[in-house]
Design a protein around this ligand. Sequence first.
Ligand code: ADP
Length: 660
Amino acid sequence: MFRKILIANRGEIAVRVMRTAHRLGIACVAVYSDADAEAMHVALADEAYRIGPPPARDSYLHIEAVIGAAIKSKADAIHPGYGFLSENAAFADACAAAGIVFIGPPADAIRAMGLKDAAKRLMADAGVPVVPGYHGERQEADFLASEASRIGFPVLIKARAGGGGKGMRRVDDAASFRGALEAAQREALSSFGDGAVLIEKYVSSPRHIEVQVFADAHGSVVHLGERDCSLQRRHQKVIEEAPAPGMTLLLRDAMGEAAVKAAAAVGYRGAGTVEFIADASDGLRLDRFYFMEMNTRLQVEHPVTEAVTGLDLVELQLRVAAGEPLPFSQRDVVLNGHAVEARLYAEDAAKDFAPATGRLHRLRLPDAFARIDTGVREGDTVTPFYDPMLAKVIVHGKTRDEAFAQLSRALGETQVAGCVTNAGFLRALVDLPQVRAGDVDTGLIARSMDSLTGAAEPDAVVLGLAALASLGLLGDSGPAASPFAHFRVWGHAVYRVRLLRGDRELEVMATALGRTVYRIESQGVPPCELAVTPRVAGVARFAAGERIGVAHHAVFDGAVAIFVDGAAFTFTVPPVFTADEDQTGSGDRIAAPFPGTIKLAQAEAGRRVKKGDPLLVLEAMKMDHTLSAPRDGVVADVLVKPGQQVKDGAVLVTLEAAHG
Ligand code: ADP
């Protein structure tokens, strides 16, 4: 077995690989970009090496830098994780050239599965069912159009070098074929530098079912059952489960056998996944599943297979890469219960799932009965440089119903503040009747969008808790906002607090009726009487009429988050400038919300600005983010220059108080 391995990755997968390696007594070397110097995977490693600046092409994708770190640290082997260099045959070659074991398949197997058309031809020859279509070399528009008609519409045009759904077009009739072909070729050329396409029959009621395979260097190839990944959004997996709903023993055998054949055909070694598409218009059927592609690495969703098989796939990867034989055979593989995984992302479901960034002021993940795979901790910052996945929440129940009920509960207990997440969307999806019934296909999320993204509206209890928390009246956290009015009527203190929910401004009035009892009023919601008893920091018990509950809260950076009954509500608390503060105020500081490069500095010291005026442009992950004046004032100082790299939280511009 290896003595020391380097993990050429970051985030949850680097942490997950380390967990197993450490258990086996193997030392772990981490690599990191400048954006990750403080990251969890670096903190947990036995040693760590900087490999470059934040952009992935200059660090995590930089083959020489990664190999250099492996040589320096004297690592025996490199685990590539998933993404980044995991399916890069040149990287596997580079490892071999440096005398380091690549914990993955032979480079030739990666190459054989790298192009969709060649892989499909290879699979068809090996007797693996492929989607009816044209997977050949000819690319003339006339010829492809005639092939599309022969296959029968609807068809799918796919880039042979494709990935992530790019260069893919569904065509419903002959008339629209040429336009779609040109668009797909254009997109393929610009995304992959290869405009070649293939044409496939469009499978109706498509379900994505993939089979986990494992092969050792001694001729043994087994499969570990299937995962259903049909819950997708724009071809991206959202929730994965094992086994697939509706799977029969006969079909599992057939798909497993096809997957083993696929792996054997390319001389596979290690962990791999053979992805199939199944036409489920008539339920799952033996003659209606087709090879789509093989992923020559460990998958994000491997934990559901680990849950139902009881195996540690990373341990198997390490053993196989070290030359050991697989310690079991096909008939020893037994599946137990049902497992589901949800991918918690920093993204805004209501804004077309735009990736979100920010500091994780609160991060509580439910580990009582769920397995949590994560690479971030409370207090960490989500930067725009990498995939914004925060964690995977994995549950394992005796039955599918039990597993989904557990997952719903676990998502309800998830508390994230400081960064928008898809937790509410995931919970709504997990609770969707069709999902609970196992009636899933790759289009279900798109069809159900309306019921998945509607955010719950805060009632008077939530508004009252938010207002009281922001005033520091829930016990622990210091006041985040001064009430913009605080006066007494008949001896009662009355607090008015402004809260922003998105663009909407809400005014909450809390009238103290006793030491911890308030009457809460806000426009558009029935008022309530709210009694609060702080428990421990960030947690309060409350009573509102008949209802008794526990609410968690987090107050940070001009915002307040309330977690109650499995729902999360975040409000911005607008700063209140009183005449006093304006005179004594040291002025505002505009800080970098995430690390990046200053692209443009419009602000000039001494210049008067109005609220909303752009001050700077910060570039991160090839995106420009404009930082603007939070209020009217005068620029006191500009502390950065264009081209300068800045750290998260660095003060960039200061404002003086606006005089006169
Ligand atoms: P990519 O490599 O770009 O992700 P894939 O070939 O893996 O492309 O396909 C991605 C997704 O597109 C699948 O998971 C499935 O949802 C859908 N898809 C692929 N092929 C077909 C097909 N022939 N018919 C219907 N849907 C398909």
